[in-house]
Design a protein around this ligand. Sequence first.
Ligand SMILES: Cc1cc2nc3c(=O)[nH]c(=O)nc-3n(C[C@H](O)[C@H](O)[C@H](O)COP(=O)(O)O)c2cc1C
Length: 197
Amino acid sequence: MEFQDVVRRRRMVRRYADRPVDPAVVDRMLDNAVRAPSAGFTQGWSFLVLDRPADVGRFWSSTAPPGPPSRWLAGMRTAPVVIVPLCSKAAYLDRYAEPDKRGAGEQRWPVPYWYVDTGMASLLILQTAVDEGLGACFFGIPGDRVPALREEFGIPEEQRPVGAVTVGHRAADTGAQGSPARRPRRPTEEVVHRGAW
Ligand SMILES: Cc1cc2nc3c(=O)[nH]c(=O)nc-3n(C[C@H](O)[C@H](O)[C@H](O)COP(=O)(O)O)c2cc1C
């Protein structure tokens, strides 16, 4: 697929067809994710891949609120694959203590690069899904569910999930979903400041 088509067609998919995803495609998503840029080439990301129904079920039972599933959850639960991108702040502390980074001072990171880098890797997962003709959705894991997720999958304390990505074949092209169905895309001219603010 042309790169421009990948960018334009990508949108979050929140309901999936009852079809498995080729494991080789998931591998390609992950191989592309690790091509993302990272500060100091730290690569302080990790990916928990859940591609068996029992494991996907454990993801939802540990992260979903109790009670009957919402429409959102009922749709998302149809995804055959969930990928949890995680980041390690400790990896950046270690990397930036290395000789070529020493002396950068207390303010080594004007923003938390561990989130920036893992976000960039996550976008490559989303774009690879589109390139493969699949759908995907990046979404947040409620902070109060993270301890249960850690416990369920043995995630070390220093690893922080930045969210999760559902992957699967699109159930149907239902057009814009979620917030884009309710609010417009901000025009480029509104967000770009050329030469001065
Ligand atoms: C950091 C981040 C967190 C998001 N969290 C959620 C979420 O919790 N649930 C959800 O359905 N979508 C979530 N989204 C998807 C956004 O709602 C979506 O990207 C946005 O509305 C634009 O729509 P599009 O990606 O389909 O173009 C998240 C996206 C990002 C980048």
